[in-house]
Design a protein around this ligand. Sequence first.
Ligand code: ARG
Length: 417
Amino acid sequence: MSEKVALAYSGGLDTSVAIKWLKEKYKLDVIAVTIDVGNERDFSAVRKKALAIGAIKAVVIDAKEAFVNHFVCPALQADAIYEGQYSLATALSRPLMAKLMVDTAIAEGASAIAHGCTGKGNDQVRFEVTINALAPALKIIAPARQWAMTREATISYAQKHDIPIPVTVSSPYSIDENLWGKSIECGILEDPWVEPPEDAYTWTKSPLKAPDKPEYVAIGFEEGTPVDIDGQKLDGVSLIQRLNELAGGHGVGRVDHVENRLVGIKSREIYEAPAATVLLQAHQALEAMTLSKDQLRFKQRVAMEYADLIYNGLWFTRLHQDLAAYVKSSQRFVTGTVRLKLFKGHSSVVGRKSPFSLYSYGLATYDKGDQFDQSASPGFIHIWGLPVRNQAQVQGTDKAESSLNITTPKKTGKAKK
Ligand code: ARG
């Protein structure tokens, strides 16, 4: 009996070819494992295809709920956005997929895991770092990284072995998608000067063709977790699907990012992430109302660390557990509702309310009902400005002024020659 390998199978060209290649080159029996994180495929067709190509077993795992509850929600609560632009859809899915691959490999008695990543991307790192952490005894095989076949060679290998070539091969783009967003690479997009052609986008309407009337949406949060849309309670998966459609229909969520990959390459990535865009915006708006200034400042620093950690494949680390504990604790008053306006490619927060709001009308108003004691301000300014005054008296302010390029008129009257 041959040894078994669990292959992370998408149904695409590379992983389809891999089923044959693993058998030919390594004499391994392939168990195809397809993980559903909301990538909207016909999963029963994917399963059948794997078996038709020669997998000894093909399983599909519905991981949508786990993905949303254990990966997407914590990242949303952390406000994790990589380099200010990328809401991390692919990056968040990889540790979950790797974990499920490990579980399946062990349950099926496989000695290795195979994945379809190339040697140039982040995903190979995320998969392998996670697999090595969870099950160091499992071998890892990366056919696409090893076989050094060009796209044409892969296609002719497929033809030679009667492997059906998916229609998506005719698409000039390489895509990855799940509930939290879609990434689009390759083809003309590799020229960072070229505007992405309209056909690169499939989740979002062109803002030009978006409705001429704005649409309002209210999102309710409980302790940092989105729980309803316009008052209607929804589970996490449905809520995200609904927002992808709603915001995508207004052209919201397009991102054009030149990004720093873990392997040192800068790459141009197009993303579509309507739900993520709107939810991150709404969540931050609610935090602005319910967290103190100091909490917000500190949390922004954590957000950057958290985003880097996700991007860099470090989900299954103690550092992540530590940061996650802080993030969870930070959310205990992040409850309330945020109202957004969707219009022609933009979403903007137009209202927010919370039972724990720190916004006080009495303190903020310029109308009657003002409770702020303005007579206390001179004393506050006196103490606050004390070190500034002290330094100015001892050391002067001339250098400080010249660094701002402010020229102080010295004397009146005519300048001497
Ligand atoms: N650049 C993004 C990331 O590293 C997207 C990667 C998409 N992966 C893919 N196999 N197409 O997370």
